[in-house]
Write a protein that binds this ligand. Structure first.
Ligand code: LLP
Length: 407
């Protein structure tokens, strides 16, 4: 096992186990492929996140779990029980959060394309609406103000700052550059604050940032916190909270394992940056909001799949499995690496491409992987699939969306 972080997977006598239970037995219970989630691992990561914040003196925090990472209803209910709020990006996600019992006073709504209907739904879901609309443009703020006026309500809003930093991650999931569609530039926020037209039915309660996902180093995060702090000081009015977004990465690859920022190091970096750029310059102590997704659920999930057949062609060996890019799109979309393990370990290994049945060459989970030779019906596990696995799955090639099982 190559995991550096806590994982539910472990070999016992050459059989892969998940939270102590034999995967050979579990895999036979449901039709493959299916996702398997570990309740214990979610609990560990949620509690660890809170604990590591507290250890840095960050006591007044709100965790708004980013539902897009994994929106399974049992996962949401578990996180709600642990105390989590939610970061939602659509009316659908808002409904899921409310259905899981997450209180509107713990819900932030992000995203550049909130529709009138979605804004209305969020304003109406409680007499005080939601905790915050994290607004991504002045145009959106005008819409929120207009709709709040129609409903005779006051919308709680936070500006999402575009801090103009370059986060080191895959370019598809970096969100803090000046040219990105996300957030608002500081000068535009300051102009927006001066203009009365936005504020008849909106109230500024906070500021937010989110610079990208799968971040393994903290340089850009610290720079962004500096930009956020500078803006908060310039605005010079009491804010209920500063929302630092999500983004903390997990160890998918050897390189990420080497560089990885642990939750403790993440909280330390955040505290140091807040201290240097904000706390030292003001007596204000707003609540700190986090929107973690992947760090809470990435490690708790695996995708279990069965070998359909093997094939040798042009000198290449292929192991064809019944999971495809429609079930887990990360390798195809971001050329992301997911470790793959046979459920039954053998000493002999061959070099094989692990591919799915979808009619695209991108439907490949790993090239030239060193794995034992497998035969039809053998089970394999694709690791670290708890975040952005099932939520990004589709019915491409007219396949069913697969089952999720919480252990
Ligand atoms: N907050 C906002 C505003 C976000 O856009 C996101 C993720 C998060 C929080 C949570 O980020 P996390 O802690 O999970 O990194 N599909 C990609 C990741 C896309 C992330 C989108 N936004 C992947 O599979 O790597």
């Amino acid at each position: 096992m190559k995991n550096k972080m806590k994982s539910p997977l472990e070999y016992k006598k050459n059989t892969l186990h998940f939270d102590g239970q034999s995967l050979n037995l579990i895999a036979q219970k449901w039709q493959t492929p299916f996702y398997l989630y570990s309740k214990k691992t979610i609990e560990f990561y949620y509690n660890d996140f809170t604990l590591k914040a507290q250890e840095q003196g960050l006591d007044d925090i709100l965790i708004c779990y980013a539902i897009k990472a994994n929106n399974n209803k049992d996962v949401l209910k578990l996180l709600r029980k642990l105390g989590s709020g939610a970061d939602v990006v659509s009316g659908g996600e808002l409904k899921l959060a409310l259905k899981a019992g997450i209180h509107p006073s713990k819900i932030v709504f992000s995203g550049v394309g909130k529709t009138d209907e979605e804004i209305e739904m969020a304003l109406k879901c409680h007499k005080n609406g939601i905790f915050s609309f994290n607004v991504e443009s002045l145009e959106e703020l005008a819409d929120i103000n207009r709709i709040a006026k129609k409903l005779n309500k006051v919308a709680r809003v936070a500006f999402r700052l575009n801090p103009q930093v370059h986060a080191k991650t895959h370019r598809y999931i970096a969100t803090g550059n000046k040219t990105h569609k996300f957030g608002i530039l500081a000068e535009d926020i300051l102009a927006g604050l001066k203009s009365k037209k936005y504020w008849s039915h909106s109230k500024l309660v906070g500021l937010s940032i989110h610079i990208g996902s799968q971040l393994t180093e903290m340089k850009a995060t610290k720079e962004a916190i500096k930009e956020l702090s500078d803006l908060a000081l310039k605005i010079n009015r009491p804010l209920e909270f500063l929302d630092l977004g999500g983004g903390l990465g997990i160890d998918y690859t050897e390189e990420e394992r080497k560089e990885l920022t642990s939750t403790a190091e993440y909280m330390k970096a955040i505290h140091e940056a807040l201290d240097a750029f904000y706390y030292k310059k003001t007596d204000e102590r707003p609540k700190i909001v986090f929107e973690p997704g992947r760090i809470l659920v990435g490690k708790m999930g695996i995708l279990i799949s069965k070998v359909i057949r093997t094939k040798v062609s042009g000198g290449n060996h292929f192991t064809i499995i019944d999971a495809g890019m429609n079930d887990l799109i990360r390798p195809a979309l971001y050329e992301a690496h997911h470790d793959i393990y046979p459920v039954m370990r053998k000493t002999k290994e061959i070099s094989t491409d692990i591919v799915g049945p979808i009619c695209e060459s991108a439907d490949c989970f790993g090239s030239a992987m060193k794995l034992p030779p497998m035969k039809n019906g053998d089970f394999v596990v694709i690791d670290n699939a708890g975040a952005y696995g099932h939520t990004m799955s589709s019915t491409y090639n007219e396949r069913q969306r697969v089952k999720e099982v919480l252990l």
